[in-house]
Design a protein around this ligand. Sequence first.
Ligand SMILES: *Cc1c(COP(=O)(O)O)cnc(C)c1O
Length: 360
Amino acid sequence: MSRVYNFSAGPAVLPEEVLKEAAAEMLDYNGTGMSVMEMSHRSKAYQEIIDAAEQDLRDLMNIPDNYKVLFLQGGASTQFAMIPMNLMKNGVADYIVTGQWAKKAYQEAQKFGKANKIASSEDKTFSYIPDCSDLPISEDADYVYICENNTIYGTKYKTLPNTKGKTLVADVSSCFLSEPVDVTKYGVIYGGVQKNIGPAGVVIVIIREDLIPDEPLEGVPTMLQYKTHADNGSMYNTPPAYGIYICGKVFKWLKKMGGLEEMQKRNIEKAKILYDFLDESELFKGTVVKEDRSLMNVPFVTGDTDLDAKFVKEAKEAGFENLKGHRTVGGMRASIYNAMPIEGVKKLVEFMRKFEAENK
Ligand SMILES: *Cc1c(COP(=O)(O)O)cnc(C)c1O
């Protein structure tokens, strides 16, 4: 068996320890004589799995009791609709568009009410985060929406926008559990887990209880009401059972590693190795303004598309997978999520140095 260094943006690298545990429990989970995949979601064994997953996530993020934790399906993209469908009581929301995911969410919200684009960084291909200290927040906005870490462009909010008292909603798909967060600053935090937590197929929504409408807004399907899932402990219907089980294992791994403070420390250290190299390199350069650099997704280019392609090809041959940039931006992107070991980043930089020397 040989494992590569996988720099995929998602689905992405998972902790090897978690994969080994899951393998060991594949045929017989904890004396049940069956795999978690084969288990009734109404069984006692499964209830314990989902309860522990929720509790461990609450512990890691310090989630207050007045927030619900929901394990849903449909990916982050379904939330682009579910958020306005549940939260647009006045029919108005403000969006800060800092990349493709925020833009898609903004476009989707237009189907359900008045969505205002109050700031954007599209003028410079989303290579920065706009100043959000004094934005024209709408009087009657139901919420202000951000994508906190831009997976494709590699920017991250270092300070949250001033929402002037309005509810903040954040897509944290690609920075979920990468650093400590103050949950009380948000009304909704959500993300697909396939970037930094677990297998594709689960989306986690952390929502302040008072934002969940008692009476659904008109015409919202049962499955798309937060209330349906909140009232039923994410078990209104069959949840993505195996995916939640793996997420639970990752939460335990994170706790064992020292929690989110420790992950942040490691993530800063890992990202610094790569950014320091990009800053000194004469061949490679980062594409994002320094102040807004993501710790998770690091895009870079040589400035020559043929050379970029050569790099991606040779890197792959050397065991560094999925370094090709997003299909819409080209170049390269190294996603260095929690589960990417520091050696992976060090070896990548070593390889980049060698490539640079050979291609001067
Ligand atoms: C990947 C990604 C999405 C889309 O997730 P799906 O689960 O494929 O719907 C949305 N937002 C961000 C920030 C992402 O990185």
